[in-house]
Design a protein around this ligand. Structure first.
Ligand code: NAD
Length: 450
């Protein structure tokens, strides 16, 4: 379902009229294409006070942008605020960004680097937590399709200080058109290096970082799952696209288009994990739990079968297949599990007690299993939490609620399936080892659950 309002505000009379009426002004977002893989302009690297980490300049270079300490019209600004440890030090954040924020190009990126608030130093914790409020507010006011995020770099347990080395894949994603619909997010990197013990796995082919890995995507016949399969295939993975046997025709046509293998299978089948393992004899490098259903009713009107089917597809099958595939060693060391939550699992939603429970359950799963899966299997576990994404699922939403869903976020528009897929691909990167137990909202900084 096309966003006609976005089209209208892209015309001069439409812009004039909607401005006069005080209506939202969504800026068209620029997504990744082969021809335009990078933001259009330099990256301004600033530091608030003194940095507490090493390796920031090296990590920034992975973005492919020209890094500079002075620029008239930067496409991105990275503020290293890792050394801000007092309330007074927050003045350095203001002093660094206040003079340059207006010069950021439309569709620009601001990334603030912080560290984890300390449980032992409440002044440092206050200052570092303050960055979260700062980033979320700037994301709401910056406009023109620009985004703002906070990346927390862990404090080193090793002598020699913390390093931003492990932040490479995260900065590459956030400082690119791939993260067009991600804003107001806080990403906390871990210091553990599950797959090698010595830091992130290097990428041999930057254009196809997933070469040699097999990725299985559930619910891949259409919508977000088809976009995930497509982006993972673009990044070089061999893709197995799974969907219910009832969607076989659509699944096969999606798989054919992507050069993927179709696996018609209901993910709730008792032997689903065995069937997946049989389809991937060399193991899986990436497992994406995307299949999901809604069966909306208010709790008072919800029969047990509607409750049970949603919990079964969206949560129980994810828990079961994850456990079985990890136990069997089907997910190889250095592997990536990505599950699909929803902002409904964070904010709650009328008529969706079953759905929101299942999606909040995914968040619980990811946070609990992430550190253990890393320690025991060398596998990371993360989730995307999409907001309003333009798919068949949201096209079925009544018009008024659909319009509200589209506009109630900092970018004043819905996201596209590819926006979620790019976030999944970031989790799946071989050098995303330090990204674990995270839930990334892909919601344009939705007001729901903010
Ligand atoms: P969709 O309905 O277009 O696609 C879901 C796919 O999952 C379908 O192809 C369906 O056949 C498949 N599926 C359902 N049950 C299955 C099962 N038992 N076994 C295997 N496959 C099964 O939905 P979508 O909008 O693309 O959503 C994808 C995921 O993103 C879901 O988990 C959904 O909850 C989540 N999500 C979507 C939005 C959004 O705005 N569209 C927002 C938040 C979260």
């Amino acid at each position: 379902m096309a966003d006609r309002y976005l089209h209208l505000t892209g015309t001069a009379p439409g812009r004039f009229l909607t401005r006069r009426l005080g209506l939202p002004q969504p800026a068209p977002l620029r997504r990744w294409t082969l021809e335009t893989p990078h933001l259009d302009g330099p990256l301004l690297h600033l530091t608030a006070g003194a940095s507490a980490v090493t390796g920031v300049a090296e990590a920034l270079r992975t973005s492919g942008l020209t890094v500079t300490e002075r620029a008239d019209r930067p496409a991105a600004i990275v503020l290293d605020a890792t050394g801000v440890a007092t309330a007074a030090g927050l003045g350095d954040v203001h002093a660094a960004l206040h003079p340059v924020v207006r010069s950021l190009a439309p569709g620009g990126r601001i990334v603030v680097l912080g560290t984890v608030p300390s449980p032992d130093d409440h002044h440092q914790a206050a200052a570092q937590q303050a960055l979260e409020g700062f980033v979320r507010s700037l994301g709401k006011e910056i406009g023109r399709g620009s985004t703002v995020q906070l990346v927390r770099i862990p404090v080193a347990r090793i002598p020699g200080g913390a390093s931003a080395h492990a932040a490479g894949s995260t900065l590459r994603f956030l400082l690119s058109p791939r993260s067009a619909y991600v804003s107001g997010q806080v990403i906390e990197l871990t210091s553990a290096a599950p797959d090698s013990g010595s830091g992130p796995t290097p990428i041999t082919d930057p254009a196809a970082p997933l070469t040699g890995r097999t990725a299985l995507v559930t619910g891949a016949a259409r919508g977000i799952g088809a976009a995930v399969a497509s982006v993972l295939a673009r990044d070089g993975a061999r893709v197995i696209a799974l969907d219910v046997p009832g969607a076989r025709e659509e699944l096969e046509s999606t798989a054919d288009r992507l050069g993927a293998t179709a696996l018609p299978l209901d993910i709730t089948a008792p032997d689903a994990a065995d069937r997946i393992a049989a389809a991937a004899p060399d193991g899986l490098g990436v497992l994406v739990h995307n299949a999901g259903i809604t069966r909306d009713r208010r709790l008072a009107n919800m029969p047990a079968d509607r409750w049970a089917s949603v919990i079964e597809v969206n949560l129980d099958s994810v828990l079961r297949t994850t456990d079985e595939l990890l136990k069997a060693g089907t997910i190889t060391r250095g592997g990536r599990i990505v599950a699909t939550a929803s902002i409904a699992g964070i904010a709650g939603n009328t008529g969706q007690t079953n759905y929101a429970a299942s999606k909040a359950g995914i968040i619980g799963l990811v946070r609990s299993l992430g550190p253990r899966a890393a320690a025991e299997h060398g596998v990371t576990v993360n989730a995307v939490a999409p907001g309003f994404i333009e798919t068949k699922m949201t096209a079925a939403v009544p018009l008024f609620i659909r319009e509200a869903g589209r506009r109630m976020n900092s970018l004043s528009q819905g996201g596209l399936p590819v926006d979620v897929a790019e976030a999944v691909a970031w989790f799946a990167q071989p050098d995303s080892t330090a990204v674990n137990g995270q839930v990334l909202r892909v919601c344009g900084q939705s007001l729901l659950g903010a």
